[in-house]
Write a new protein. Structure first.
Length: 397
């Protein structure tokens, strides 16, 4: 059942994202068995999103249940999510960021999620309704590599009823999240309409099998896209790129725009198709396309300054604009509420050794209030000036 978890290094340490629901509780116990059979262990991360009043008590109860089952657990609390439009997407993004950060802090490379066959079938249907293209109809990927961790979903072919049976056999209880039955949520509405609570209907199996076939095709296409990008694109360590002349595959351009913009997802291929067929000056998805000029032959692609995120507090590990992670503060700079990491903006000064001002404006700089730190001297060359911020392009997207 957990075949998708290996083989890895000896004595693997595995993190599991546990919501307290049956699926993630079962995934945690199965991951524990798998890791310990190989001389390793697991650590459960229980995230309290704070959206519902009951979440704090449920998270604490989940930690107690895991401890009683012999699984070490750590509670992670999210602050400031609030409510309102887009709360589900914002909560998911904050949860994944917190989980990745917790893994990185502890040197854990593998993060397991408990998504199962019914989840996969629902995801495929939701993407069909959204008119997703073929890669999206492959559903959730069993493995996703990020800059800090490998996200794994080994149970995508397992029906939820089987997971519930495992918990019942071991006498482990779980939390029922009321939002799973909330008709205001699209996934919950689909679950009600599909009327397959155990996830073992023929329609669910067909959707999961189709997603697996599309997943194989998606993996093959990604190899082709990677080859095109490697041949056509030169990416500067500071996150802008030069693309050789000529049309591009639309998926390759969408992936490149997503990387440069720092977005959670690349733009829809329908938005990119016209530009991919005829590269030209444009702004799309928070990325500006302009002639490369002295930077090379072809097209220069860089973050559009007007689309950059607001400054963030300058502290080691801080992420700004989904693109840059502050590794450390420059010598002589002390953390504090006045020191921020944000866009160079109108303070950018070009020189012959760097890219155009339009590119520099979307790159990071430190400020103490309104005063530039370590990047204000006009005689500093481009590379040392950027290095002085302590910010590194991290491909955070």
């Amino acid at each position: 059942m957990m075949g998708g978890l290996g083989p890895w290094e000896p004595q693997p340490l595995v993190a599991v994202a546990v919501s307290g629901g049956a699926d993630s509780m079962a995934a945690c116990l199965l991951s524990r068995d798998w890791a310990r059979a190989r001389g390793g262990d697991v650590l459960a991360f229980v995230v309290d999103h704070g959206i519902r009043h009951e979440s704090k008590a449920e998270a604490a109860l989940t930690c107690d249940r895991l401890t009683s089952a012999g699984v070490p657990a750590m509670l992670i609390r999210l602050d400031g999510l609030g409510t309102g439009p887009g709360i589900a997407a914002r909560a998911r993004a904050a949860r994944h960021e917190a989980l990745e950060a917790a893994c990185a802090e502890r040197g854990i490379l593998h993060l397991v999620f408990g998504h199962h066959a019914r989840d996969q079938a629902e995801t495929v249907v939701m993407r069909m309704l959204a008119q997703s293209h073929a890669p999206g109809l492959a559903g959730m990927a069993a493995m996703v590599e990020t800059a800090r961790v490998r996200k794994l979903r080994p149970l995508l072919g397992v029906v939820p009823a089987r997971l519930w049976a495992i918990l019942a056999e071991r006498g482990v209880a779980w939390v029922e999240d009321p939002t799973n039955a909330d008709p205001s949520q699209q996934r919950a509405r689909l679950r009600m309409l599909r009327a397959d609570p155990h996830g073992n209907a023929s329609s669910t199996r067909a959707l999961v099998e189709a997603s697996a076939r599309r997943g194989v095709a998606r993996a093959a296409m990604e190899v082709e896209l990677a080859a095109e990008l490697a041949c056509r694109v030169t990416i500067d360590p500071h996150g802008f790129a030069v693309v050789t002349p000529g049309a591009m595959r639309v998926e390759a351009l969408a992936a490149l725009i997503g990387m440069i913009s720092g977005g959670m997802r690349p733009p829809a291929v329908s938005q990119v198709a016209g530009l991919a067929a005829d590269l030209r000056p444009a702004t799309l998805g928070g990325v500006r396309v302009m002639p490369a000029g002295r930077m090379g032959d072809g097209w220069l692609m860089a973050r559009e300054w007007a689309a950059c995120a607001p400054p963030v507090e300058a502290r080691p590990g801080a992420v700004w604009d989904g693109r840059f992670r502050l590794t450390d503060l420059p010598n002589g700079t002390s953390p504090g509420s006045r020191v921020t990491l944000g866009a160079w903006g109108m303070d950018a000064i070009s020189d012959r050794n760097g890219p155009p001002v339009a590119v520099l404006r979307g790159l990071p700089v430190l400020r103490d209030g309104t005063e530039l730190l370590n990047a204000s001297h006009p005689c500093m060359l481009f590379a040392p000036r950027l290095a002085a911020t302590g910010a590194r392009f991290a491909g955070v997207c």
